[in-house]
Write a protein that binds this ligand. Structure first.
Ligand code: DP6
Length: 331
Protein backbone atom coordinates (compact mmCIF):
# COMPACT_ATOMS: atom_id res chain seq x y z
CA UNK A 1 0.00 0.00 0.00
CA UNK A 2 1.19 3.55 -0.64
CA UNK A 3 0.57 6.41 1.75
CA UNK A 4 1.35 10.08 1.94
CA UNK A 5 1.63 12.25 5.00
CA UNK A 6 3.95 14.63 6.75
CA UNK A 7 4.74 15.57 10.35
CA UNK A 8 7.31 17.76 12.06
CA UNK A 9 8.58 16.94 15.53
CA UNK A 10 10.92 18.55 18.01
CA UNK A 11 12.83 16.31 20.41
CA UNK A 12 15.36 17.34 23.02
CA UNK A 13 18.74 15.84 23.77
CA UNK A 14 19.22 14.00 27.03
CA UNK A 15 22.30 13.54 29.15
CA UNK A 16 22.62 10.40 31.25
CA UNK A 17 23.38 10.86 34.94
CA UNK A 18 23.60 7.06 35.27
CA UNK A 19 25.20 5.82 32.07
CA UNK A 20 24.18 3.26 29.47
CA UNK A 21 27.22 1.56 27.95
CA UNK A 22 26.95 -1.98 26.61
CA UNK A 23 24.26 -4.14 25.08
CA UNK A 24 22.39 -7.16 26.46
CA UNK A 25 21.25 -7.96 22.91
CA UNK A 26 23.09 -6.47 19.96
CA UNK A 27 20.49 -7.39 17.32
CA UNK A 28 17.52 -5.99 19.27
CA UNK A 29 19.68 -3.19 20.72
CA UNK A 30 18.71 -3.81 24.33
CA UNK A 31 20.91 -2.12 26.97
CA UNK A 32 23.05 -4.20 29.32
CA UNK A 33 22.68 -1.72 32.19
CA UNK A 34 19.97 0.61 33.50
CA UNK A 35 20.40 4.32 32.83
CA UNK A 36 18.79 7.56 34.00
CA UNK A 37 18.93 10.84 32.12
CA UNK A 38 17.88 14.46 32.18
CA UNK A 39 16.21 15.83 29.05
CA UNK A 40 17.52 19.29 28.12
CA UNK A 41 15.38 22.18 26.88
CA UNK A 42 18.26 24.01 25.19
CA UNK A 43 19.48 21.27 22.82
CA UNK A 44 16.96 20.34 20.19
CA UNK A 45 16.50 18.35 17.01
CA UNK A 46 13.69 19.35 14.67
CA UNK A 47 12.73 16.74 12.10
CA UNK A 48 10.17 16.67 9.32
CA UNK A 49 9.23 13.33 7.74
CA UNK A 50 7.24 13.31 4.50
CA UNK A 51 6.05 10.05 3.00
CA UNK A 52 5.85 10.65 -0.74
CA UNK A 53 4.71 8.02 -3.29
CA UNK A 54 6.89 9.78 -5.87
CA UNK A 55 10.15 8.75 -4.13
CA UNK A 56 12.16 5.68 -5.17
CA UNK A 57 14.24 5.60 -1.96
CA UNK A 58 14.38 7.31 1.44
CA UNK A 59 16.20 10.65 1.50
CA UNK A 60 17.89 12.26 4.50
CA UNK A 61 19.06 15.83 4.85
CA UNK A 62 20.80 16.89 8.06
CA UNK A 63 21.35 20.60 8.58
CA UNK A 64 20.75 21.12 4.85
CA UNK A 65 23.38 18.55 3.77
CA UNK A 66 22.25 15.32 2.03
CA UNK A 67 23.35 12.19 3.93
CA UNK A 68 24.21 8.78 2.46
CA UNK A 69 25.88 5.64 3.87
CA UNK A 70 25.53 4.85 7.58
CA UNK A 71 23.32 7.77 8.67
CA UNK A 72 20.83 7.10 5.86
CA UNK A 73 20.90 3.33 6.50
CA UNK A 74 20.09 3.85 10.21
CA UNK A 75 17.20 6.18 9.35
CA UNK A 76 15.86 3.73 6.75
CA UNK A 77 16.00 0.89 9.27
CA UNK A 78 13.77 2.86 11.65
CA UNK A 79 11.43 3.87 8.82
CA UNK A 80 11.18 0.21 7.76
CA UNK A 81 9.89 -0.66 11.25
CA UNK A 82 7.29 2.10 11.03
CA UNK A 83 6.31 1.10 7.48
CA UNK A 84 5.86 -2.52 8.58
CA UNK A 85 3.57 -1.44 11.44
CA UNK A 86 1.51 0.73 9.08
CA UNK A 87 1.49 -1.79 6.24
CA UNK A 88 2.84 0.73 3.73
CA UNK A 89 5.82 0.68 1.39
CA UNK A 90 6.12 4.40 0.59
CA UNK A 91 9.56 6.02 0.94
CA UNK A 92 10.09 9.20 2.92
CA UNK A 93 12.03 12.44 2.79
CA UNK A 94 13.61 13.44 6.11
CA UNK A 95 14.75 16.96 6.91
CA UNK A 96 16.48 17.28 10.24
CA UNK A 97 18.20 20.10 12.05
CA UNK A 98 20.21 20.09 15.29
CA UNK A 99 20.80 23.36 17.09
CA UNK A 100 24.02 21.95 18.63
CA UNK A 101 27.13 20.15 17.24
CA UNK A 102 26.32 16.75 15.72
CA UNK A 103 28.05 13.41 16.42
CA UNK A 104 30.65 14.69 18.85
CA UNK A 105 29.29 13.20 22.06
CA UNK A 106 26.56 15.78 22.43
CA UNK A 107 23.71 13.27 22.30
CA UNK A 108 22.61 14.11 18.77
CA UNK A 109 21.61 10.51 18.05
CA UNK A 110 19.29 10.55 21.07
CA UNK A 111 17.24 13.56 20.05
CA UNK A 112 17.65 12.66 16.35
CA UNK A 113 16.14 9.17 16.52
CA UNK A 114 13.49 10.24 19.04
CA UNK A 115 12.37 12.99 16.64
CA UNK A 116 12.53 10.66 13.64
CA UNK A 117 10.48 7.91 15.33
CA UNK A 118 7.74 10.27 16.50
CA UNK A 119 7.65 12.19 13.19
CA UNK A 120 7.38 8.99 11.11
CA UNK A 121 4.65 7.54 13.33
CA UNK A 122 2.77 10.87 13.31
CA UNK A 123 3.11 11.33 9.54
CA UNK A 124 1.39 7.96 8.99
CA UNK A 125 -1.11 8.70 11.80
CA UNK A 126 -0.27 5.43 13.54
CA UNK A 127 -2.11 5.26 16.88
CA UNK A 128 0.90 4.20 18.97
CA UNK A 129 1.45 5.01 22.64
CA UNK A 130 4.51 7.07 23.63
CA UNK A 131 5.87 3.88 25.15
CA UNK A 132 5.74 2.13 21.74
CA UNK A 133 7.39 5.11 20.02
CA UNK A 134 10.11 5.04 22.68
CA UNK A 135 10.70 1.35 21.84
CA UNK A 136 11.03 2.20 18.14
CA UNK A 137 13.57 4.91 18.97
CA UNK A 138 15.43 2.53 21.34
CA UNK A 139 15.88 -0.05 18.59
CA UNK A 140 17.66 2.66 16.54
CA UNK A 141 19.72 4.10 19.41
CA UNK A 142 19.04 3.14 23.01
CA UNK A 143 19.60 6.60 24.48
CA UNK A 144 16.94 7.90 22.03
CA UNK A 145 14.26 5.97 23.94
CA UNK A 146 14.78 8.45 26.80
CA UNK A 147 14.32 11.57 24.62
CA UNK A 148 10.61 10.80 24.09
CA UNK A 149 10.09 11.99 27.67
CA UNK A 150 10.87 15.29 29.35
CA UNK A 151 12.46 15.68 32.76
CA UNK A 152 14.17 12.74 34.49
CA UNK A 153 13.86 9.48 32.55
CA UNK A 154 14.99 5.88 33.04
CA UNK A 155 15.71 3.01 30.69
CA UNK A 156 16.00 -0.32 32.49
CA UNK A 157 18.49 -3.07 31.67
CA UNK A 158 17.08 -5.02 28.70
CA UNK A 159 14.06 -2.66 28.70
CA UNK A 160 12.13 -2.15 25.46
CA UNK A 161 11.24 1.45 26.25
CA UNK A 162 12.02 4.30 28.61
CA UNK A 163 9.81 5.64 31.41
CA UNK A 164 9.51 8.95 33.21
CA UNK A 165 11.05 9.12 36.68
CA UNK A 166 10.02 12.73 37.42
CA UNK A 167 8.72 15.66 35.34
CA UNK A 168 10.99 18.64 34.49
CA UNK A 169 9.55 20.80 37.28
CA UNK A 170 10.37 18.16 39.95
CA UNK A 171 13.94 19.47 40.26
CA UNK A 172 14.80 22.40 37.99
CA UNK A 173 18.57 21.92 37.95
CA UNK A 174 20.75 23.62 35.36
CA UNK A 175 23.00 21.72 32.93
CA UNK A 176 26.04 23.53 31.56
CA UNK A 177 27.72 21.92 28.57
CA UNK A 178 31.37 22.89 28.19
CA UNK A 179 31.99 22.37 24.47
CA UNK A 180 35.64 21.50 23.85
CA UNK A 181 35.56 20.56 20.15
CA UNK A 182 33.28 21.08 17.15
CA UNK A 183 34.64 17.99 15.38
CA UNK A 184 32.79 14.70 14.92
CA UNK A 185 34.17 11.96 17.17
CA UNK A 186 36.32 9.13 15.78
CA UNK A 187 34.44 6.23 17.36
CA UNK A 188 30.67 6.32 17.69
CA UNK A 189 28.92 4.93 20.76
CA UNK A 190 27.66 1.76 19.07
CA UNK A 191 31.15 0.70 17.92
CA UNK A 192 32.75 2.00 21.11
CA UNK A 193 30.61 -0.09 23.42
CA UNK A 194 31.04 -3.22 21.31
CA UNK A 195 34.79 -2.72 21.34
CA UNK A 196 34.73 -2.24 25.12
CA UNK A 197 32.62 -5.37 25.64
CA UNK A 198 34.98 -7.44 23.47
CA UNK A 199 38.34 -6.24 24.72
CA UNK A 200 38.13 -4.53 28.13
CA UNK A 201 38.79 -6.64 31.23
CA UNK A 202 36.87 -3.96 33.18
CA UNK A 203 33.68 -4.29 31.13
CA UNK A 204 32.17 -7.02 33.34
CA UNK A 205 32.90 -4.95 36.48
CA UNK A 206 31.16 -1.99 34.88
CA UNK A 207 28.09 -4.07 34.01
CA UNK A 208 27.87 -5.59 37.48
CA UNK A 209 28.25 -2.26 39.36
CA UNK A 210 26.11 -0.07 37.05
CA UNK A 211 22.75 -1.13 38.61
CA UNK A 212 23.95 0.05 42.04
CA UNK A 213 25.02 3.42 40.63
CA UNK A 214 21.70 3.71 38.78
CA UNK A 215 19.78 3.01 42.01
CA UNK A 216 21.83 5.68 43.82
CA UNK A 217 21.23 8.25 41.07
CA UNK A 218 17.50 7.49 40.99
CA UNK A 219 17.11 7.70 44.78
CA UNK A 220 19.07 10.98 44.81
CA UNK A 221 16.90 12.47 42.04
CA UNK A 222 13.67 11.46 43.78
CA UNK A 223 14.93 12.86 47.11
CA UNK A 224 16.48 15.95 45.42
CA UNK A 225 19.70 15.17 47.30
CA UNK A 226 22.41 16.97 45.30
CA UNK A 227 25.46 15.62 47.13
CA UNK A 228 24.27 12.03 46.78
CA UNK A 229 23.52 12.61 43.09
CA UNK A 230 26.93 14.21 42.52
CA UNK A 231 28.85 11.27 43.99
CA UNK A 232 26.88 8.60 42.11
CA UNK A 233 26.68 10.42 38.75
CA UNK A 234 30.42 11.15 38.68
CA UNK A 235 31.22 7.56 39.61
CA UNK A 236 28.91 6.26 36.87
CA UNK A 237 30.61 8.42 34.22
CA UNK A 238 34.13 7.61 35.40
CA UNK A 239 33.47 3.87 35.79
CA UNK A 240 32.10 3.82 32.23
CA UNK A 241 35.21 5.65 30.98
CA UNK A 242 37.45 3.32 33.01
CA UNK A 243 35.99 0.38 31.10
CA UNK A 244 36.77 2.19 27.82
CA UNK A 245 40.28 3.18 28.91
CA UNK A 246 41.08 -0.47 29.65
CA UNK A 247 39.92 -1.61 26.19
CA UNK A 248 42.52 -2.69 23.65
CA UNK A 249 43.30 -0.44 21.91
CA UNK A 250 42.16 2.07 24.51
CA UNK A 251 39.16 4.22 23.81
CA UNK A 252 40.09 7.68 25.07
CA UNK A 253 37.46 10.36 24.60
CA UNK A 254 39.10 12.79 27.05
CA UNK A 255 41.07 15.76 25.77
CA UNK A 256 43.21 18.07 27.93
CA UNK A 257 40.26 20.47 28.19
CA UNK A 258 38.02 17.63 29.41
CA UNK A 259 40.28 17.07 32.41
CA UNK A 260 40.69 20.80 32.98
CA UNK A 261 36.91 21.21 33.25
CA UNK A 262 36.65 18.20 35.59
CA UNK A 263 39.27 19.88 37.82
CA UNK A 264 37.36 23.17 37.77
CA UNK A 265 34.11 21.44 38.78
CA UNK A 266 35.81 19.52 41.59
CA UNK A 267 37.37 22.75 42.87
CA UNK A 268 33.98 24.50 42.73
CA UNK A 269 32.33 21.70 44.71
CA UNK A 270 35.11 21.74 47.30
CA UNK A 271 34.41 25.40 47.85
CA UNK A 272 30.69 24.80 48.35
CA UNK A 273 29.13 25.13 44.88
CA UNK A 274 26.56 22.35 44.28
CA UNK A 275 27.97 21.11 40.96
CA UNK A 276 28.99 17.78 39.44
CA UNK A 277 30.20 16.57 36.05
CA UNK A 278 29.41 13.83 33.59
CA UNK A 279 31.08 12.89 30.29
CA UNK A 280 29.74 10.86 27.37
CA UNK A 281 31.49 9.34 24.36
CA UNK A 282 33.12 12.63 23.45
CA UNK A 283 35.41 15.32 24.85
CA UNK A 284 32.76 17.67 26.25
CA UNK A 285 31.91 17.97 29.91
CA UNK A 286 28.33 18.31 31.09
CA UNK A 287 28.01 20.03 34.43
CA UNK A 288 24.93 19.81 36.60
CA UNK A 289 24.51 22.75 38.96
CA UNK A 290 21.89 24.34 41.18
CA UNK A 291 20.40 27.31 39.24
CA UNK A 292 21.55 29.88 41.84
CA UNK A 293 25.20 28.99 41.11
CA UNK A 294 24.84 28.51 37.36
CA UNK A 295 25.94 31.96 36.21
CA UNK A 296 29.15 32.12 38.27
CA UNK A 297 30.08 28.57 37.30
CA UNK A 298 29.34 29.28 33.63
CA UNK A 299 31.78 32.21 33.77
CA UNK A 300 34.41 30.05 35.48
CA UNK A 301 34.07 27.25 32.90
CA UNK A 302 34.19 29.70 29.99
CA UNK A 303 37.62 30.74 31.24
CA UNK A 304 39.06 27.21 31.26
CA UNK A 305 41.67 26.71 28.54
CA UNK A 306 40.27 24.73 25.61
CA UNK A 307 36.61 25.46 26.34
CA UNK A 308 35.09 26.89 23.15
CA UNK A 309 31.73 27.84 24.61
CA UNK A 310 29.31 26.86 27.33
CA UNK A 311 25.70 25.94 26.57
CA UNK A 312 23.10 26.25 29.30
CA UNK A 313 19.93 24.18 29.65
CA UNK A 314 17.08 23.67 32.05
CA UNK A 315 15.15 20.37 32.19
CA UNK A 316 13.32 19.95 28.89
CA UNK A 317 9.89 18.70 27.80
CA UNK A 318 8.54 15.61 26.00
CA UNK A 319 9.21 15.20 22.29
CA UNK A 320 6.23 16.72 20.49
CA UNK A 321 4.76 17.70 17.14
CA UNK A 322 5.33 21.30 16.09
CA UNK A 323 4.02 23.50 13.29
CA UNK A 324 5.34 22.58 9.84
CA UNK A 325 6.91 25.94 8.89
CA UNK A 326 10.08 26.46 10.87
CA UNK A 327 13.01 28.75 10.10
CA UNK A 328 15.59 26.02 10.83
CA UNK A 329 14.01 23.66 8.24
CA UNK A 330 12.85 26.26 5.72
CA UNK A 331 15.49 28.98 5.71
C1 DP6 B 1 27.77 7.46 26.51
O1 DP6 B 1 22.48 5.43 22.61
O2 DP6 B 1 24.34 6.42 21.22
O3 DP6 B 1 25.86 8.61 25.72
O4 DP6 B 1 22.28 2.36 21.31
O5 DP6 B 1 24.43 2.02 20.11
O6 DP6 B 1 22.97 3.94 19.47
P1 DP6 B 1 23.43 3.03 20.58
O7 DP6 B 1 24.23 3.93 21.62
P2 DP6 B 1 23.89 5.39 22.18
O8 DP6 B 1 24.85 5.39 23.46
C2 DP6 B 1 24.86 6.43 24.39
C3 DP6 B 1 25.99 6.24 25.32
C4 DP6 B 1 26.27 7.39 26.27
C5 DP6 B 1 25.61 7.16 27.63
C6 DP6 B 1 24.12 7.38 27.71
O9 DP6 B 1 23.57 8.22 26.99
O10 DP6 B 1 23.50 6.70 28.55
Amino acid sequence: MTASGTATVRAHANIALAKYWGKADVVKNLPAVPSLSLTLDGMRTTTRVTFDPGLSADELELGGAPQLGKPLARATKLLNEVRALAGVSTFARIHSHNDFPTASGLASSASGFAALALAAVSALELPLSRDRVSALARAASASAARSLYGGYVELGASAESAARVAPPEHWPLCMLVAVTSEAAKDTGSTDGMQHTARTSPYYSSWVSDAPRLFAEVKAAVLAKDFERLAVAAEQSALAMHASMLAASPALIYFRPATLAVIEAVRAARRSGTPACFTIDAGPHVKVLVEPASAESLRRALSGVEGVLRVLESAPGPDAARVSAQLPELDP
